[in-house]
Design a protein around this ligand. Structure first.
Ligand code: MG
Length: 381
């Protein structure tokens, strides 16, 4: 697939759709729908192209190993201003570059009179298909970037968050040989305040002991559903706590709600759902099963829904963790805009790739630094 082909397709679609009146989704009439918004001063144009992320190191978790992550970059333009978005597509989620591009090809943003109609636009995207979360997230992120730029303000400011409360992020160390794990830990231990360790295979104890031979930093562990026995999992969690682990992510298979509730009730560490939670509508089913939820933009369709999930989780007394996929600084910087509202951040996807397209969120002395420019605050590399 070539970038030019996709741009050509979407521009043609936008031009055709631009002939219609400015009618936000579900509106009863153009007049009612347009109230409160300025008259159309331009069309919303969507562009997208595949972009494969190169991983700096081979990345292994409990269920797979890989050296690249497929992705699609998105641009939304309005009044000559461009917002950037991105779909990151780890293969285990069941999406492909083709499926993301097929979804984006169906999207007609030119029917909306304003990019500020985020609720209408995201509801419209859900009418195209029930899934395709990464593609929807790409559009959501680009629209947020665009509207922030149109307002001349960074998103964290529009959301009302204090960027100095963004806090620390973990850096993830995948499952590997002791030599590689030791080397990776040596490379990153001085730059972060907490590390996240992938576990869930037979090498868990070896992984933790290897890391402990290098650093005393607090650790989070992510089993990626890799543990199968709840009693053994509980024993391991006690051992992990003795070894400075502070949080456990997705210990058991996501379907095992009763066993996970059993584990969470007895666990000395918080148990956070990742694979078991995708979108806002999924939270009620895991209420009381997990201590918290790991919100990722690529799972939940973007910032608009992520903010609703944060509010819901808070109302239910659940911890909020913000995660990411391997992503460029575009999607990672979008997630970082929400960091001041989270208990725990795992926003390191841009640090795991070697071909970033943007400069955005950075990590200084282990703390997330959200850029202060309008929208996402990105600069193209
Ligand atoms: Mg996880």
């Amino acid at each position: 697939m070539k970038r030019r082909e996709f741009i050509g397709t979407t521009l043609a679609a936008a031009a055709a759709a631009g002939l219609s009146a400015c009618i936000p989704n579900n509106a009863t009439s153009p007049q009612a729908a347009g109230a409160g918004y300025p008259a159309r001063s331009g069309k919303i144009i969507l562009r997208f192209y595949p972009y494969e992320l190169q991983l700096a190191h081979n990345f292994t978790v409990a269920s797979y190993s890989r050296t690249t992550t497929p992705g699609v970059q998105v641009e939304v333009e309005y009044d000559g201003i461009v917002g950037y978005g991105e779909a990151s597509i780890p293969p285990y989620l069941g999406h492909t570059v083709e499926s993301v591009c097929a979804f984006l090809s169906k999207v007609d943003l030119a029917q909306f009179c304003s990019p500020f109609l985020l609720e209408d636009i995201m509801s419209y995207l859900d009418t195209i298909s029930p899934g395709d979360a990464p593609a929807k997230a790409a559009i959501d992120i680009a629209l947020h970037d665009l509207t922030g730029k149109l307002l001349g303000a960074p998103l964290y400011q529009i959301f009302g968050y204090n960027p100095s409360k963004a806090g620390s992020t973990t850096f993830t160390i995948g499952i590997d040989t002791p030599e590689v794990v030791r080397q990776k830990t040596l490379e990153c231990a001085g730059r972060f305040r907490i590390l996240k360790i992938k576990v869930g295979l037979d090498s868990d104890e070896q992984m933790i002991r290897t890391i402990r031979s290098v650093t005393d930093l607090p650790l989070a562990v992510d089993a990626n559903q890799g543990w199968k026995d709840r009693s053994k999992a509980l024993d391991e969690i006690y051992w992990l706590k003795e070894n400075g682990v502070v949080l456990v992510e997705q210990p058991l298979p996501k379907e095992r709600l009763d066993d996970t509730a059993w584990l969470t009730e007895r666990s000395p560490l918080p148990i956070v759902a990742d694979e078991a939670i995708q979108r806002l509508k999924d939270i009620p089913a895991i209420k009381g099963v997990y201590s918290g939820i790991n919100i990722k933009l690529m799972k939940c369709t973007g910032l608009l829904e992520a903010r609703k999930m944060i509010a819901y989780a808070r109302a239910e007394g659940m911890m909020v963790m913000l995660g990411c996929m391997t992503e460029t600084s575009c999607a990672c910087t979008a997630a970082a805009q929400l960091a001041p509202a989270a208990d725990f951040c795992d926003i390191d996807g841009n640090l795991l790739i070697s071909n970033d397209l943007f400069k955005g969120v950075t990590v200084s002395d282990g703390l997330l630094q959200i850029p202060s420019g309008p929208g996402l605050g990105l600069t193209k590399i």
